[in-house]
Write a new protein. Structure first.
Length: 204
């Protein structure tokens, strides 16, 4: 507590001087104590404000950066390949003439391949295609509603359950599923009357 010197006008008693001095000292002490508390509160408030500002700036800096993704990208299984699966090949023996065809990769074709080797008698139909009925109907799972065949197409007509090999162009037909295409020599099918043909899978 600091010393307090009180100077009064002449004529005041010692008792008055003492009481007045004590009152001044008490008021001064209260004032100084209040000022100290006020400074303490202000100090704490400034510290809190500083901490809040630092936190805000840190969050803003994190948000401005690139997002961080933990972990690593999954690896592609070793057995997986980006290359398209090569088409299966079949060999056709048409009355002694050797032909090859490349098959499409679909459920109907795979079901057809399960019947090979196969010997059929092809009959002419509409002077456009050679057809023969199979021993059973093939799967049409995932097949389109129809197709537009071109020369050399090997197809399956789902409504009738017959194989159809086109040696001439034809229009769109509902229920027609393409199995593959004869690579070359399709003119061997353009003969009058029935043709005996043997089909077998070409082993790689």
């Amino acid at each position: 507590m600091p010393d307090v010197i009180v100077k009064l006008w002449p004529g005041k008693s010692e008792e008055q001087k003492t009481r007045l001095a004590e009152g001044i000292v008490k008021d001064t002490a209260l004032f100084l104590k209040g000022a100290s508390i006020k400074r303490m509160i202000e100090g704490k408030r400034q510290v809190l404000l500083a901490l809040a500002l630092v936190t805000f700036l840190s969050c803003a800096a994190c948000g401005a950066g690139e997002p961080v993704v933990s972990g690593t990208a999954p690896e592609r299984p070793s057995g997986m390949s980006n290359k398209r699966r090569e088409g299966m090949k079949i060999r056709l023996d048409v009355e002694g003439t050797q032909l090859t065809a490349t098959l499409d990769d679909n459920a109907t074709t795979r079901d057809f391949v399960s019947l090979l080797p196969l010997t059929l008698t092809l009959k002419d139909y509409g002077e456009t295609e050679k057809i023969s009925y199979l021993s059973r109907k093939l799967s049409a799972e995932g097949a389109p509603s129809g197709s537009d065949p071109s020369v050399g197409d090997i197809t399956y007509y789902a409504p009738w359950g017959n194989l159809a090999l086109f040696y001439k162009d034809f229009g769109y037909s509902d229920g027609l599923i393409r199995l593959g295409k004869i690579d070359s020599g399709v003119e061997a099918l353009n003969r009058p009357g029935p043709l005996r043909v043997t089909m077998e899978l070409v082993e790689k």
